[in-house]
Write a protein that binds this ligand. Structure first.
Ligand code: ARG
Length: 260
């Protein structure tokens, strides 16, 4: 009796190990065939930190974040085989989201600056911009860049516009969490001018009758994607970005949102 039991037990052990082996073989075969396929989410998700109140680069439409950055990011993720997930947050939270690893990259019409380079890495630029000055069409105290001196100026918190205006002599800086709120304050005469990136500035002026953009502006800036310092992704992003620039995809996306 004992002998029979031992035999059964032994057989069971052999069976289980055989099953385990077979199982392993199977699953490795599965993942092999997966990686040779071109399904777009095989490497998992990449989280993009953005501030979607910055048309035409990123804005909410029908419960989705759309715009130039959203589309370029999608094209990069498609190329690299990742599923893109967009996380909308305050602009000044983006860099912390990236450095803490809460997001894999930040893309938000973000200007490359030496200050930011101390905490994140940037890809090569994908487009450029300037900080424009928006004023009220009539009775404006500000009609040139020089007039910003001593004026009350609205900016979006933590942007390069904020940095520039903070340096303007005697300017009183009003910092808003959204560019749209700064422009609203302008239409209510609570600020004398708003300094913000030129393309969003055009959208704000379109949406707010009685406002205009001055001919004078601040210096040229480059927009790029920021990643955690030392991230392996930066090189992959640069490679994908270069291909998308070379084959005209980046230009096509920009032209779709910005009519010449
Ligand atoms: N280009 C400016 C900067 O980097 C403003 C960007 C604001 N972007 C946004 N999605 N709100 O500081």
């Amino acid at each position: 009796m004992k002998k029979i039991l031992t035999a059964i037990l032994a057989a069971a052990v052999v069976c289980t190990s055989l099953f385990a082996l077979a199982g392993c073989g199977n699953s490795s075969k599965n993942s092999d065939s997966k990686s040779s396929g071109s399904s777009s989410s095989e490497k998992g998700e990449l989280h993009m930190a953005t501030n979607a109140s910055f048309e035409p680069y990123e804005y909410q439409e029908g419960g989705k974040v759309v715009g130039i950055d959203a589309e370029i990011a999608q094209a990069i993720c498609d190329k690299l085989g990742y599923k893109l997930v967009i996380d909308d947050m305050e602009f000044d939270a983006i860099i912390t989201a990236v450095t803490s690893g809460k997001a894999d990259f930040g893309m938000a019409g973000m200007t490359v600056t030496d200050e930011r380079k101390k905490s994140v890495d940037f890809t090569d630029p994908y487009t450029n911009a300037i900080q424009a000055i928006i004023v009220n069409e009539s009775d404006s105290k500000v009609s040139s860049k020089k007039d910003l001196e001593g004026a009350t100026v609205g900016v979006q918190l933590g942007t390069t516009g904020d940095v520039y205006v903070t340096d303007v002599k005697d300017a009183k800086v009003e910092r808003f969490s959204k560019g749209a709120d700064a422009v609203l304050a302008l239409t209510q005469n609570k600020v004398d001018a708003v300094v913000i990136d030129n393309e969003p500035a055009k959208k704000f002026v379109e949406q707010n009758k009685g406002t205009k953009i001055l001919d004078e502006s601040f210096k040229n800036e480059n927009y790029a994607i920021c990643l955690k310092k030392g991230s392996d992704l930066t090189e992959q992003f640069n490679k994908a970005l270069k291909e998308l620039k070379d084959d005209g995809t980046v230009k096509k996306i920009i032209d779709k949102y910005i009519k010449a």
